[in-house]
Design a protein around this ligand. Structure first.
Ligand SMILES: [Zn+2]
Length: 116
């Protein structure tokens, strides 16, 4: 399936946690109205303080290939956006740190002049 190939290369996966009895297959695609099917089901075990918690994941894809491809592109773009935002935040944090240090050193430099 196209979706899986697209994701595996970028280590991005669509994870939907099923926490209700609602079947996703009864739902039609909100974008094109086509049938949807389960592409993949997997379990994930997460270690916790009290043992392990099992998360069940289901990847749903639209039967309309064109629609699914568009959806994949959107997901990849969103993932990219999130990554960009993360990088920007890191850069901003660094900048802020530098500015604080600069401001602090200015105060230190100015201090003797004020006193003299
Ligand atoms: Zn669709």
């Amino acid at each position: 399936m196209i979706a899986r190939e697209a994701f595996s290369g970028n280590s991005i996966s669509v994870k939907i946690i099923i926490n209700s009895k609602k079947s996703y297959l009864d739902e039609h695609c909100s974008r094109c109205g086509s049938e949807k099917r389960v592409a993949r089901k997997w379990k994930e075990e997460i270690a916790t303080l009290t043992g392990t918690t099992v998360l069940k994941h289901t990847q749903i894809v639209c039967m309309n290939e064109e629609c699914q491809m568009e959806a994949d592109e959107l997901l990849l773009k969103e993932a990219q956006k999130r990554q960009d935002a993360k990088m920007k935040k890191q850069a901003n944090d660094e900048l802020r740190k530098v500015n604080i240090l600069l401001a602090a050193s200015k105060i230190r430099k100015n201090a003797p002049e004020i006193n003299s």
